[in-house]
Design a protein. Structure first.
Length: 495
């Protein structure tokens, strides 16, 4: 096992329940896959291994890697996908799941707002209404399946990817599997989905209750992030588990901030920085870096902050990609396609032929992932979130919110809008400062080489005017402050 680090070897060879705290770029997926391979070699039947994750995108990637190891009998699925299968097997019928449109109508009927389900009492009222009308949504499906009288999962091994994103509903669902051995992989410092009901303390309490002998092992040697990036991210760690400092195989790295007095100077500077990174446009810039546009991410705490910058860069001829907007458009197309599949019963292969090459490949892969189960595919596609459809563009600079960048990486990351009250976000109520720290951790650790942050003396966001300067959380990093440029002299009239 010389191809593994000592930390990886300890994880792969460990017997029994295990929690792996995997830092950024430390080979989490590599270790997870070899852990599964080791379980099979030690005699665990493939049919008794469940590999569970959150998104179809990651699920598909893991399925391909598991198949390449010759372990095709292992079930690779999302938590909701497994719940769907268990419900259907138990009742011998499809669960009656509401569509997104029906969910919006129910919200309107119950006078619920978009974020109402963050409130426990409002969520109870919503679930009670679903129960009354005999319908389910994906999260309520998890709760209903958790109450089924199923056979014990003793002898099974459950591998959980990205454990830090386990919601309260998923934790309840996992009580069904409590007799199995659990192997959980993830980075608690990347837990940024509090608005979805994710709570690290609740995850820790669940594991303490159901897995009291759980072993905790870290992965701290990063193969991706250079030393200065890891050191910069270190101060923003915030989780109930103590993770040792990360080590890097790569020296160097850059963290640098820039503060401007007005937005025009800020944008002009950013334009020059991007042109330099891209290698410029002429021979005079031949000595510059020549990074591809896809290797540059511009991140913002809110999409509203990024919109003016997007417009400016597009006017200046910089190739710009907007993966979140593309994801919303893709979701709309997929919903329409899923409705045809579900309600018109047109053969899946015929419907696939009507799609663009990109979507045809995407859905064909999902169709194979679900073992050509068209009913399950249709239901799942009706419940996709745009987050599952974010694919960085290879031909443009990707402009993203920090949330959307999770799981992605680039050589250069630029945090735009690094002002106090945006970082951390205090302009709205109920800010979770621990989660805000983790968001900054996520932003920094997307970088494989360089991380820049840019702030302004005044920035207007919605109806708020931010004028406190650079975020206090970033002031200890190298920061260059630009004084206002003198006004250009006006030419005197000759007559």
């Amino acid at each position: 096992m010389s191809e593994f680090t000592p930390e990886q070897r300890a994880i792969i060879e460990h017997k029994g329940d295990l929690l792996v705290l995997a830092g950024p770029g430390t080979g989490k997926t590599f270790t997870l896959l070899h852990k599964i391979q080791n379980l099979v070699e030690k005699g665990v039947p493939e049919e008794k291994i469940l590999l569970l994750t959150f998104s179809l995108k990651v699920c598909q990637e893991l399925r391909e890697k598991i198949d390449s190891l010759g372990l095709g009998k292992i079930k690779v699925d999302t938590f909701h996908g497994l719940a769907y299968d268990l419900y259907r097997d138990f009742y011998q019928r499809e669960p009656l799941l509401i569509s997104e449109k029906e969910k919006r109508e129910i919200f309107k009927k119950l006078a619920l707002k978009k974020d109402s389900l963050k409130n426990y009492e409002e969520k109870k009222r919503y679930y009670a209404y679903l129960e009354k009308i005999g319908r389910l949504d994906f999260d309520y499906l998890l709760l209903k399946v958790a109450d089924l009288k199923l056979n014990s999962f003793k002898g099974f091994c459950v591998i959980i990817d990205e454990f830090q994103d386990l919601s309260m509903e998923i934790l309840k669902f996992l009580t069904l599997l409590k007799e199995a051995e659990f192997y959980l992989f993830g980075d608690p410092n990347q837990a940024i989905y509090g608005f979805r009901g994710v709570n690290l303390e609740a995850i820790k309490e669940f594991l303490s209750q159901y897995k009291p002998h759980l072993k905790v092992l870290p992965l701290t040697q990063s193969f991706r992030c250079p030393k200065k990036i890891l050191e910069g991210a270190e101060i923003f760690k915030k989780s109930p588990w103590l993770v040792p400092p990360y080590q890097s195989l790569k020296e160097g790295g850059i963290i640098q901030g820039f503060h401007f007095s007005n937005s025009q100077e800020e944008k002009n500077f950013l334009l020059k920085l991007i042109v330099n990174l891209l290698g410029g446009t002429g021979l005079e810039n031949a000595k510059l870096k020549n990074i591809s546009p896809a290797e540059i991410f511009i991140l913002g705490r809110l999409r509203k902050v990024l919109d003016p910058l997007r417009d400016f860069l597009q006017r200046e001829g910089i190739p710009v990609a907007l993966p979140e907007e593309k994801a919303i458009a893709l979701k709309s197309e997929l919903l329409e396609w899923a409705e045809k599949l579900k309600y018109y019963k047109i053969p899946t292969e015929k419907l696939l032929s009507e799609l663009s090459p990109f979507l045809r490949t995407l859905i064909s892969n999902w169709y194979e992932l679900f073992r050509k189960d068209a009913d399950k595919l249709a239901v799942y596609m009706q419940n996709l979130s745009p987050q599952e459809l974010i694919y960085p563009n290879l031909e443009g600079i990707n402009i993203l919110t920090i949330h959307a960048s999770k799981g992605l990486e680039a050589k250069v990351v630029i945090l735009y809008g690094a002002e106090e009250d945006l970082i951390p976000l205090r302009i709205f109520e109920d800010v979770d400062l621990e989660e805000e720290r983790r968001l900054l951790y996520v932003a920094i650790t997307r970088s494989k080489e360089e991380f820049y942050f840019i702030s302004n003396g005044e920035r207007r966001v919605y109806h708020f005017l931010l004028s406190k300067g650079v975020s206090s959380w970033l002031k200890d990093f190298p920061l260059k402050t630009f004084s206002p440029l003198p006004p250009k002299p006006t030419q005197k009239r000759l007559f």
